[in-house]
Design a protein around this ligand. Sequence first.
Ligand code: FE2
Ligand code: FE2
Length: 525
Amino acid sequence: MYEGIKPLKLNVISDIHFYAREMGCEGKAFDKANASASNELYYSKEILTSLMDQLAEDECEIVLVSGDTTCHAERKSHEGVTALLRGLKERGKKVFVITATHDFTGDGYTHLYDGDERKNVPEGVKREELYEFYREFGPDQAIAYHEDSMSFVVQLCDGYRLFALNDDRNHKGASGFSDECFKWIEEQIEDAKKNNQFIIPMTHHPMLSPSPFYTIIGKSNIMGEAEKRIDEFTELGVNYMFTGHTHMQDISYKYTDNSKIFYDITTAGSVGYPATFRQVTFDPAKGQIHVDSVDVKAEINGRPVKEHLEDKFFGMIRRVIQKAGTDIPEFARMATAFSVKEELIYKIGWIIKPFAKLLGSLTIGKLAPLCKKESGLKKSDWAAIKNENVVNFIVSLVANLYGGDSPYTPETPHYKITMGILAIIDSILAVFGIKIGKLLKGAESVQSLVEPLLYNNGICDEKATLNLFDNLPSKEQTKPNFIKSKKGLGVIIGLAVGVIALLPLILLWLIIGFIINWIKYHDKF
Ligand SMILES: [Fe+2]
Ligand SMILES: [Fe+2]
């Protein structure tokens, strides 16, 4: 199959989320929106301009964009991003774009930031207007176009057809493809096969979850009817998809019931951490795709964009915890980014302060002895990491969820200590009869929830060679053996005894603390 088709290399970018500064870029309301967003709003134009330069200078002739081109469907943002993409075309590249749910509004309204206010203004783009905005990036060159979904097929070059599949609605209240749209896709696949054309499919929503953690917290973000569509695609001989939406760098796979493999290759966002794109080499004759990742080369205030974005989003979490433990006015100011009112922090910040201080000063060396039995580690096993800050470690796990592979495999002390502490927490919850699965569907225990964040059990997210046509045997996913701790009851009794013994002191602390706080900040309530 596909003999004689020469390898092809192209670039895939996703979730570029252009934000036009004309919609407001200073003042309290904008600062709050920018601080709480995982994407960079203020510098999005600078980052994307650098990205376009990088793509223009790259050897690849083709650039795919897998949806979410704007921040919130602002007309000005669509004008800005299409101007950038047009510039790339003018520099000799072929650019193909699908839009997604961030790129239109139902009523034509979007946000404008004016001083302290976030205003609703009729400056958003409706779905039916998107065709005119983006027709030059695919629909005009298409050999087939599906009007309702705005999906299209393009003959990229000899032997290759791009299937740009817009999944922004499936007419059943979710993302995905309507049955009528899928019928069109099926016809196009049959036609491509008949003409010995290798299919490159892209859509926006993930068809496979990038992490078991994401399955629990973001299930509704997976494409509607994904399982059914995966079965149908693989039956038709299409067993991979380029996706976006999660803003995570990921390659996931699944074996279907008839032992066919399906890969979901997700490209991270360009204006949020980790700010990478995909460089992909197709070799249909060998049945292989080689997926690589490239950092967006841009600088913000003299720093690499990756560093800026890591600090913007994850550094913010670290700073909030640090300020909560040391500086109530600053903590109150920062909390507004998470929609917490300043007055509330002035009222209760003094109670949070000692706990935040404790959390901020917590090191792995302080936690490790608490779970000696559960982790099975000796002091010498964790001596090298004893001064590592626990908050920084937790934040790194979240950052790695976005950036791809996390390095803490089951042999590492980080893994064993984390799982040991979580085993104790599971044991405490068990005493109270609390089942985490009731709160978060799919989670069996706190250990099962966090474990996938520690290391990647599957294909390397950053760089991998994927074999498309091997009829691979069904692989059993090995489940980790979660540790059982018996400390729950002891911890609860110990805490209860401690609270009762120290009750007079605790009450005194509460009364004095309340009075001091009232004297200091009552004018801010
Ligand atoms: Fe997005
Ligand atoms: Fe999205």
